[in-house]
Design a protein around this ligand. Structure first.
Ligand code: BES
Ligand code: MN
Ligand code: ZN
Length: 497
């Protein structure tokens, strides 16, 4: 267990094993960033030649460790590049890189730019998330020895700085739990066990946790007419679940519904995926992980907004009872869908959950899903797409900025309304016969199940899973993307009247 604290102490006099200081890459060479002034002063004229000899440039992602030899109280100085400007995002990334670079320090003082609540939040989130590891399956888990991280800020006693620091820990913790869910092997995280795990968390939080849960099993789903979840989950021996979380604080005037795609493994079904990359399809429940963990964070932050969260959990497998291309299924509420590709399963489970959400007539619905490869082709693996009602999309974009995540608006072209109806035998076509713009078709399909309510669809197929190495605060594997954006959306939503 690492403890985090916020103090207004001098980094040069800190007795921590390591001190982290930022470096900006100025036009006249690298310079120590705000927060590290005392350290720069302690080195005095020796600093410039030292940076030059070590080849320090201050470019983003750079981490250089220097034994201090007593120049400052701490024995190790860690310089992290922040690029041209120490923005919140630069600090978030730099703090993450620093956390990963320091492998053998019991205590670390972080003296990155911290003269606003936003910067303190960025440094805290960045550091906590950069230090994230997933060792569940490592028999000899190389456990980190850090037990104390001290964030240094001149504003350490200011109320809004203290709350930013505390909130950052709540949000980072929720992001880390979402990463855990995604990283857990798909043989251990099935619709049934995922639902059990969420229920166990709700139970452990207790009444003070302010979140209640309802889990609908396959019998209940059949009674409710949830043909999407049942169809997609039909070949798995772990049947589908719809998990509903409710956070309803006293005095809340607005109601937000969150809906997440929770395909615990997406083999593609009978329209089976190629072997390459199938192993990453354990991450097809990242939307559910995001909405569930964001809900816990929203409750922990005590945001004054009612939130109802739906996690649509199913496993997309093959077998004698599998859904076939050509099948017609009936979504809750009676809409029939002609299934032509069992690998487009996400929209089917989301349809049921969106109908369940719409029935409560919330003031807005956000859905989060690793929905389409087309969105990854369009935006790459670091940017998520957002589509839906113009005002909700605008609010999601603003929230993503506040949360430090990259979202980009995508259209739902008019013609999609027709294209989702080209089927000759059912109400809706599940997939398009034109390959292009598959992410937009999918959004148009989902919109059919939102009862005209204010809504946005977040397609996180790319950013939900990092198949490369860690970078900044983003670890390998599950990233926990969308959690921070959902929390910021809820925060702003609570303030709107
Ligand atoms: N889970 C996938 C989408 C996906 C792709 C997520 C890549 C993460 C990375 C989804 O269920 C899927 O298979 N979608 C198909 C839809 C197609 C058959 C219309 C796709 O995008 O290829
Ligand atoms: Mn699929
Ligand atoms: Zn999928």
């Amino acid at each position: 267990m690492t403890t985090y604290s916020l103090r207004s102490a001098s980094p040069a006099k800190s007795r921590a094993d390591a001190v982290v200081v930022g470096v900006v890459s100025g036009s006249s060479g690298p310079a120590i960033a705000a927060g590290g002034e005392d350290v720069a002063k302690a080195y005095g004229r020796k600093l410039a030649p030292l940076l030059s000899a070590l080849g320090v440039t201050g470019k983003a992602g750079e981490v250089v460790k220097i034994p201090t030899g007593g120049t400052i109280s701490s024995s190790l100085l860690v310089l992290v590049g922040l690029g041209d400007e120490p923005t919140e995002q630069a600090v978030r990334r730099g703090a993450g890189a620093a956390a990963r670079a320091v492998t053998n320090a019991a205590s670390i003082a972080v003296a990155l730019p911290a003269d606003s609540p936003g910067l303190v939040r960025a440094a805290t989130e960045g550091f906590v998330l950069g230090a994230y590891t997933f060792t569940t399956y490592k028999s000899s888990g190389a456990t980190k020895t850090t037990n104390e991280v001290i964030f240094l800020s001149a504003d350490a006693r200011k109320k809004d700085t203290v709350s930013a620091f505390e909130e950052a820990q709540i949000i980072a913790d929720a992001v880390a739990r979402a990463r855990d869910h995604v990283n857990t092997a798909p043989n251990d995280l099935r619709p049934t066990t995922f639902a059990d795990d969420i229920a166990a968390t709700v139970k452990a939080r207790g009444r003070g946790g302010k979140v209640t849960i309802e889990v609908l099993d396959e019998t209940k789903l059949a009674e409710l007419g949830c043909g999407g979840l049942l169809g997609v989950g039909s070949a798995s021996d772990a049947p589908p679940r719809l998990v509903t979380l409710t956070y309803s604080p006293k005095g809340a005037t607005r109601h937000l519904a969150l809906v997440g795609k929770g395909i615990t493994f997406d083999s593609g079904g009978l329209s089976i995926k190629p072997a390459q990359g199938m192993g990453e399809m354990k991450s097809d429940m990242a939307g559910a992980a995001a909405v569930v963990n964001a809900t816990f964070a929203i409750a922990d932050l005590g945001l004054p907004v009612k939130v109802t969260t739906y996690a649509a959990l199913a496993e997309n497998m093959l077998g004698g009872s599998a859904m076939r291309p050509g099948d017609v299924i009936t979504i809750r509420g009676g809409t029939t869908v002609e299934v032509l590709n069992t690998d487009a399963e996400g929209r089917l489970v989301m349809a049921d959950a969106l109908v369940m959400a719409s029935e409560q007539e919330p003031d807005a619905i956000l859905d989060v899903a690793t929905l389409t490869g087309a969105m990854v082709v369009a935006l790459g693996d670091k940017v998520s797409g957002v589509m839906g009602s113009d005002d909700v999309v605008a609010d999601v974009l603003a929230a993503s900025k506040a949360g430090g995540e990259d979202f980009w608006p995508m259209p739902i072209p008019e013609q999609m309304t027709e294209r989702i109806r080209t089927t000759k035998i059912a109400d809706l076509s599940q997939v398009d016969w034109i390959r292009w713009g598959g992410g937009l078709f999918a959004a148009a399909f989902l919109r059919e199940f939102t009862a005209g309510l204010p809504w946005a669809h977040l397609d996180i197929a790319g950013p939900s899973f990092n198949s490369g190495g860690p970078a900044g605060h983003v670890s390998s594997g599950g990233t926990g993307v969308a959690v921070a954006t959902l929390v910021e959306f809820a925060r702003a939503f609570a303030d709107e009247k």
